[in-house]
Ligand binder design. Sequence first.
Ligand SMILES: [Zn+2]
Length: 686
Amino acid sequence: MTLAFKKKDKDKGKDKPKKSEDERVLIPEVRSETVAATPGGPSTMAPMASAAAVQATSLSHGPGAATALAEPDSASPETSPVTDAAPVATSPDAGPSPLAPAPPAPPARPVLPPVPDSLRGAMVTSGPYKGRLGELLVETKRITPIQLEEALVIQAASGERLGESLVSMGALAERDLVEALAVFFAMPIANLHVEDIEPEAAALIPEALARRFNVMPVRMNDDVLMVAAVEPTDELRTELARATGRKVGLMIAGQSDIRWAIDSNYRALTGVNQLVAAFRVADEARRRTNEAASPEVVADDAPVVQVVDRILTQAMRDRASDVHIEPTDESVRVRFRIDGALNEVLELPASMGPGLVSRIKVMADMNIVERRRPQDGQLTTIIDGKEVDVRVSTVATIMGETCVLRILDKTRSVLRLNDLGMPEDTHHAYSKLVRAPFGMVICAGPTGSGKTTTLYATVSEVASPQVNVMTIEDPVEYVFPSINQIQTNEQAGLTFATGLKSILRQDPDVILVGEVRDVETTRVAVQSALTGHFVISSMHATDSVSALHRLLDMGIESFLVASSVLAVVGQRLLRRICVSCKTEYQPTDEELAFFEESGGLPKESFFYGAGCNYCSHTGYQDRIGIYELLVMTPEIRRLVVGWATQEELRAIAVKQGMRTLRQEAIGLVQQDITTIAEVVRSVYTL
Ligand SMILES: [Zn+2]
């Protein structure tokens, strides 16, 4: 079976005679057609397959790449090496490109019969591009010849695929690679962010197989199982066809999209229903025999044990920071906090509540008999091959014990200061401040405003072999290789205050105090800052100015505050509009009024996230920090000593150039990064 250019591709080529290479015409088309595709429908396939076809037999995409893409049922006689392939005819716009530096093999394109619609994308037998992937990328100006040379060296050493090497060295965006591969393999792109995965399709390939082959089944096209793959080779198609007993059609998707699709579609919580049923059976039996103990807590394969494992696994995959397990009237509610907002994920029978909490207590080495007093614990477990620390807190409510788990992913890398998203000038001023030999810098914000991230980024910035950095934290969220970190332990009498006092006897230069929340700790921290140490700490306060007032309210003398504090950073995390479903919309009158009175400049269009698979239909994905940096200038110090009001302090700070949180947040709306509603939610309230 052979394929040819669609008519309109040729026409486009004629319109632009200078861009004589077909790829130049084709690639923008891939992009536009992919974007224009309707969600859920079969038309989400970009009809690349119809583009053209020549032999793919010599196409080298690194070790293990496709050599022949013939679908077994329709193997064509043309699957001979390129050197043997005599073109039937040459397409009118083929020929050496005036832009590309002398391509080794000038593309000669056979004009072949058109592809039947039923075969588009599903069972294409060969790729349109005659040459190597690297050459295609160079010719289409996605990479430079030098980058290609570098990548080939890396590829030879690492054995990975050429595309992978280019993406990992930062020469090529994954999206561009996917588009190039779509041309290269003449296959449609699977837009996993938009397309709904059909459960029947997903059921045909179990999770383990999907992970092993790096594929995501998407839907059934009649009797053909359409599968998105990173590397859509013929061998893969054969393997999948054998494993599923179906005809398989392949589509292309990026590595990160496939991984995301697997994580979000094969939910760890899927099998929970069966576990609940098993639990009910065991529970009834136990009731009948009046057994007092909870045997399900003991056995490793007991339903309750497995449910806890699955909840934790799913929480990690969903990037949740906290898991809430709460008994209600009729059930046990499980909620995840993701990007700062709580989402209900599971409802379990009320009778399961005590067993779940007991299981977690056993894991966290807590007292399972004590059910009325609040308890804290910590556990370490392996989830999806990663070591994860979980901090556990239980409290008895009138409905029973609630359990909150804070997930601390130790493998997350610590951000550097310039990764925090501070504007250039704020970053510059802040990094100068934190290099002061002594004094105190405070990060202020409510819970979940990213204070810990800022503290850690600051510490990793100032840490060096010449500096003794010591920390007292609750909890230790990241472990630094060369820093002395202390975890508070109230039972052992190690509080922030006592820990800080012992640190002072350890000859420190830089001290990180996780949080100043009581007078004693604050007083020692202020004293340390005044006696030649650089102290960085966080404080629960609305903004920079209110943090200063909080110190005064605690009873710290105003002259001590004025002389010890170098700066206060007020901060918040705002959710970013999901890039996959970003849509223009008309804000309400109230929103517009808020935008204007916060200093927003006139703006033609506003955007929000309409909701898609990628963002779990929240319209937001990831967060970005906003910061207001209050520097203690002589004038501010004088005002602090004189107990000036918050309004006076803020007015002077703004006059001296401080941009407030609200101004910074509105700036992000101006740049279409977040929404007015999100600004109202996170900045305007507390
Ligand atoms: Zn979205």
